[in-house]
Design a binder for this molecule. Structure first.
Ligand code: SF4
Length: 293
């Protein structure tokens, strides 16, 4: 490992020691369950929106068994407006598996975490790292962006994770017990400083060695990056349908759902999708509800 890389690691960890946000899933009192819930919530939703929902979940369901004892629809309702509500179902299913297979305690072994329903390789690595202090490659979008710039001289990483990227991240990961700190530090740098649109290089602890900056910040020359379209999409329709169903404890008649979106074909497609995803339960007499509630 070169002296430059070693000093980059030290600088990022020193920066983190003074700039880290005070987040509840990072405190010494955090539980593995709290870490798992936070990781799933944070996958597609910013911290500011996750934090209040995370607090309310932890208060209501401090242990996996508490959530596992609920109907899935209750978890979906408590998911509120975090978006991509299938994540609530995945957490509910994971809680059930933790109770059934692990006596209600979140397992620490990476393979056991990965075997939980709805837990992918990123989440398993993140929980093993941040809840149990293990050494795993934790490669989220923030980490990928920082390393693409600082180490590879590219403004943005490839669309999907490459083997080379994995090897680079693994090579940078400390072999001692500072591995979790490095992972969370580089993630935080991506979230706060090396942001996608406007990196604040003037405030960056590794500006002096960043390959992309030293190359004059060349613009992205890969395939166009996907935007997060929302207006007029099926996702927007699904969101409106879910908002109606979340907002009541009673089954909702179809005509009330029909009122949320004028284009019938798109609306029916969205509703069918919600039903097949297990997020909405159709009842007799054209009534719909969240599953089980
Ligand atoms: S110098 Fe700028 S581009 Fe490079 S890692 Fe820091 S914030 Fe990102």
């Amino acid at each position: 490992m070169s002296a430059t890389v070693l000093s980059m690691r030290d600088e990022v960890m020193a920066w983190y020691a003074t700039h880290a946000r005070d987040l509840p899933w990072r405190t010494p009192e955090r539980t593995p369950w709290g870490v798992l819930v936070s990781e799933v919530m944070l996958q597609q939703t910013p911290v500011s929106r996750v934090e209040p929902v995370w607090y309310s979940w932890m208060q209501r369901w401090p242990e996996p068994a508490d959530l596992a004892g609920e109907e899935p629809g209750t978890a979906i309702r408590a998911w509120g407006r975090l978006g991509y509500p299938r994540r609530a179902l995945r957490l509910h299913a994971a809680a059930g598996a933790i109770v059934d297979r692990h006596g209600g305690r979140v397992p620490s072994a990476h393979a056991d975490l990965l075997a939980l329903p709805g837990v992918g390789s990123y989440t398993a690595a993140a929980v093993a790292t941040f809840a149990f202090g293990q050494r795993h490659v934790v490669l989220d979008t923030n980490v990928r962006r920082v390393l693409a710039r600082a180490a590879s001289g590219q403004q943005f990483p490839a669309r999907t994770t490459t083997a080379a990227e994995y090897r680079l991240t693994d090579g940078l990961l400390p072999t001692d017990d500072s591995a979790p700190t490095w992972s969370v530090a580089v993630m935080e740098l991506g979230a706060l400083v090396c942001t996608a649109r406007n990196p604040r290089c003037d405030e960056c602890p590794i500006a002096g060695s960043c390959a992309w900056r030293l190359a004059g910040a060349p613009p992205h020359d890969g395939p166009p990056r996907r935007g997060q379209a929302w207006e007029g999409t099926d996702r927007q329709v699904r969101g409106r349908l879910m908002a109606v169903l979340r907002g009541t404890d009673h089954p909702v008649p179809k005509h009330q759902l029909d009122a949320v979106w004028p284009a019938a074909v798109q609306r029916e497609r969205a509703l069918d999708g919600l039903v097949s995803d297990g997020l909405v339960e159709p009842l007799d007499d054209e009534l719909y509800r969240l599953p089980g509630v």
